[in-house]
Write a new protein. Structure first.
Length: 471
């Protein structure tokens, strides 16, 4: 827009955001503000510029024609943050009315506005320039990039949301994945879903399929180790069945009245088994023969069939389950099932004066005991080896039982039922040639060579008990 005056006028051509006012009179001006507008007026009266854009005021000479042009918003340089994100997208003008002083406008307000002549009215037109804004072209891809980054961060935050849970052993654990592979780890084999086992095995090598093997003890007592070697253990005392850093299982072997009276030997049978250690939270579970009790931390539980908890273990007492020694099937079945943490389980058959037991578990680092070292090699778990390593019993400071019993090494030789004459001569020759191992008796060597259990047959004790009862 452009205006000129009738007396010594000053003219200017505005930019898209420039307001120019020109009026006759001697030029005298001052620059106001950072804007680009220009205001020129003739004659002595003082004047002021209008609108948010600062302009130049010039006065001198008599009044001449007057007009006002207001720019609604300045250029990008004066808009700060808005100008950083937006750019001009064109403009449009609207008209409004503004009071400019008596006898200075071209209109006068009556019932309706009407033109009264330049310099005779008190109201004049104001031209307002309105600007549209649009996103700067570079801002659109930048905004998309920022939104993508924010979305990714939100995804990672949600994915890593931490939830407090409790493990079976009472430890506070946190998880940041669909499955918490520490929660319930002590009972993963029986307590986890197949989906959780698969996930935790794949991502954290926990809950992976493991090979579970059994060590079985029966009769007086015969033992088949985890690595399937076979031996007899006739000694009396408290012995390590399984000794591992966190798992402790011990057995108490005692000569019974039956072996003394009927077998005429000093051979023992297992009369009690006890399990404890860090994996059980230092709790202890003991199962004795029918002459004794089932106990948790020394307190009797399950005086009849039923179920009970002890630490992280579940004890179930019933008449269900395969027998360790099938030769004892003629007696009423009294079976204790113990589901322990860390994929360990035990089954104990309670008989009138002794017990049979099966221990099922996976291999543990540093494991040993008269159930063997579980290294896959049966040759280093023979009778001589295990008696040499554990035939001296459990040290008093490691004992799980309340009080120790004396260690007794058997002296009686096997009966003809245990070792028929045709085998006995050969067994004696072998055992005399063997070096005497600490804790390994000649009788136990004879038993390892010729006892029927080495061929997987029922125990002599069970057979003799059945014969005595006429069954």
């Amino acid at each position: 827009m452009y205006w000129s005056s009738s007396s010594r006028g000053v003219a200017a051509t505005p930019s898209p955001v420039t307001t120019t006012f020109v009026q006759g009179g001697p030029a005298l001006g001052t620059r106001l503000g950072p804007g680009a507008g220009t205001f020129v007026q003739g004659g002595p009266p003082s004047a002021t510029g209008f609108g948010p854009v600062a302009g130049t005021f010039v006065q001198g000479g008599p009044p001449a024609a007057t007009s006002t042009h207001v720019v609604q918003s300045g250029d990008a340089g004066g808009m700060g943050c808005m100008a950083a994100c937006f750019e001009p997208a064109g403009s449009y003008d609207t008209e409004d009315w503004q009071y400019v002083g008596s006898n200075r406008g071209a209109y006068e307000k009556v019932e309706s506005l009407e033109f009264v002549g330049q310099g005779r009215g008190s109201i004049d037109k104001v031209v307002i320039t309105n600007r549209d804004w649009r996103y700067r072209q570079l801002l659109i891809p930048f905004s998309c990039l920022m939104l993508t980054i924010i979305g990714l961060l939100l995804f990672l935050i949600i994915r890593n949301q931490r939830t407090v849970v409790w493990s079976d052993e009472g430890d506070v654990t946190v998880t940041s994945v669909p499955f918490d592979c520490d929660a319930g780890l002590s009972n993963w084999l029986r307590g986890w879903s197949e989906a959780k086992k698969s996930f935790c095995c794949r991502t954290q090598q926990k809950g992976c399929p493991v090979e579970l093997k059994e060590c079985v003890l029966w009769g007086d007592p015969h033992i088949k180790t985890f690595d399937t070697s076979r031996l007899v253990f006739y000694s009396t005392g408290d012995f390590w069945l399984v000794k591992a850093p966190r798992i402790s299982i011990q057995g108490r072997f005692q000569a019974t009245d039956w072996t003394k009276k009927n077998d005429k030997t000093d051979y023992s049978s297992m009369t009690s088994i006890i399990v404890g250690g860090a994996f059980l939270g230092q709790h202890k579970i003991e199962v004795q023969s029918m002459l004794g009790k089932i106990m948790c931390d020394g307190v009797e539980v399950l005086t009849a069939f039923g179920s009970s908890q002890c630490g992280g273990a579940t004890i179930t007492y019933n008449d269900v389950g395969a027998l360790v020694d099938q030769a004892m099937a003629f007696l009423p079945h009294k079976v204790v099932h113990i589901a322990l943490p860390n994929e360990v389980s035990m089954q104990v058959n309670r008989w009138p004066n002794f017990i049979n037991a099966a221990i099922k578990m996976s291999k543990r680092p540093g494991q040993d005991g008269i159930c063997g070292n579980y290294n896959g090699d049966a040759n280093d778990d023979m009778g001589k080896d295990l008696h040499q390593r554990f035939g001296q019993g459990v040290n008093k400071d490691e004992l799980l039982f309340g009080a120790p019993i004396p260690l007794l090494i058997p002296k009686a030789l096997p009966s003809d039922k245990r070792c028929p004459p045709d085998r006995k001569q050969r067994a004696e020759a072998i055992c005399h040639a063997e070096e005497t191992a600490a804790g390994w008796s000649f009788a136990e060597c004879m038993g390892d060579v010729c006892d029927a259990h080495t061929a997987g047959q029922p125990s002599i004790q069970a057979q003799e008990m059945r014969e005595q009862m006429g069954q």
